[in-house]
Design a protein around this ligand. Structure first.
Ligand SMILES: [Zn+2]
Ligand SMILES: [Zn+2]
Length: 352
């Protein structure tokens, strides 16, 4: 079968590899659609700092590059291993890519992505979505209802990131929120906020293409912080009060710092974007205004289930911000996304 295999920095190859066979407890999927995300870009351009240690076998999966990529994906069950009862051939699923030990403190407190030995299918495992087939534990497959197609199924993973950030933040009816960044994660935060009853949602995004993308899914207050005074705009929109929540989906210190300054007393900043530099925070400001700063990382099983349920109600519309690309164009798509073109790319796996 064909597969996109990561060997080393900027060394991605389309190769013919052996088809996997499901072990007991596993299913074999015919992959359908696979999202390319910032993590894939990080792996491609800077594998040494991408968060996965490729220098030794992964402690849970035992895998090490060469590695088939693709951790955001959907597929159809074509074979079931011994002992699998909850899935049958023909079931369509979204893949839960996380491998975790199940026994460490983060695992036991609902933070599988924070597992001290966490791994990901399509990053540090025996396979991935960017291949004709892959095998996964049946428990790593979330069955899609009839009303959720396989294209949306590939978006469950990135949409769960924003869902978790909003769910854990406590934002709800009557809250005012600022979303910094309108890439796929900013869009996932926006949709999750709306689903949690938040009506006053403001978005800050310098890219015209991304502003149009989030406006396309329903954002009405989308601000270009390069041409507009964001602080003044937020003051005008909130009667001078500021916002209750800032969601940082950009990972830029200056933008996060400004976002914190726009919080009303008692407000919270939630960091979802990956930062590569540190920032200085004035503790006195936090104390006097009772500001909370926290982070939200990836998702857990509840986030996946709730996103799929919301998708079944038609909440997630991929029109206008999701582009479909061909299997042979994975590398050029990574390069294009890296240079700021496009919002979200889904690779169509197609036939072998
Ligand atoms: Zn991802
Ligand atoms: Zn663990």
């Amino acid at each position: 079968m064909k597969a996109v295999v990561f060997h080393a920095k900027q060394d991605l190859r389309i190769e013919d590899v052996a088809e996997p066979t499901p072990l007991p407890g596993q299913v074999k999927l015919k992959n359908a659609h696979v999202g390319i995300c910032g993590t894939d870009l990080h792996v491609y351009y800077d594998p040494d700092t991408c968060g996965s240690d490729f220098s030794k076998p992964h402690p849970i999966t035992g895998a090490q590059p060469p590695q088939i990529l693709g951790h955001e994906f959907s597929g159809t069950v074509v074979e079931v291993g011994d002992g699998v009862e909850d899935l049958k051939v023909g079931d369509r699923v979204a893949a839960w890519p996380i491998y975790h030990c199940g026994t460490c403190h983060p695992c036991l407190t609902g933070r599988p992505a924070g597992c001290t030995t966490a791994g990901f299918h399509g990053l540090t495992s025996h396979g991935g979505g960017l291949a004709t087939y892959t095998t996964l534990k049946a428990t790593q497959c979330f069955k899609l209802p009839d009303s959720v197609d396989l294209r949306l199924g590939a978006l469950v993973e990135p949409m769960s990131v924003g869902w978790r950030a909003v769910r854990r933040s406590g934002a709800g009816k009557g809250s005012r929120a600022l979303v910094i960044g309108a890439g796929p994660i900013g869009i996932s935060v926006f949709i999750a906020l709306r689903e949690h009853g938040v009506e006053a949602i403001f978005v800050s995004e310098p890219s015209a293409m991304r502003r149009a993308a989030i406006a396309g899914v329903g954002a009405t207050h989308v601000i270009d912080p390069m041409s507009t005074d964001l602080a003044k705009a937020i003051a005008d929109l909130t009667g001078g009060a500021g916002v209750d929540f800032v969601f940082d989906a950009a990972g830029i210190v200056a933008a996060l710092d400004q976002g914190i300054s726009l919080l009303a007393p008692g407000g919270s900043a939630v960091i979802i974007g990956v930062h590569s530099t540190t920032m200085i925070v004035d503790p006195l400001t936090l104390l006097l205004r009772e500001i909370t700063i926290g982070g939200s990382c990836a998702y857990d099983r509840q986030d996946f289930a709730e996103v799929i349920e919301a998708m079944s109600r038609g909440v997630y519309d991929p029109t206008g911000w999701v582009a479909d690309v061909a299997f042979n164009d994975v590398e050029s798509t990574i390069v294009a996304l890296h240079s700021g073109q496009g919002v979200k790319a889904l690779v169509t796996i197609g036939e072998d």
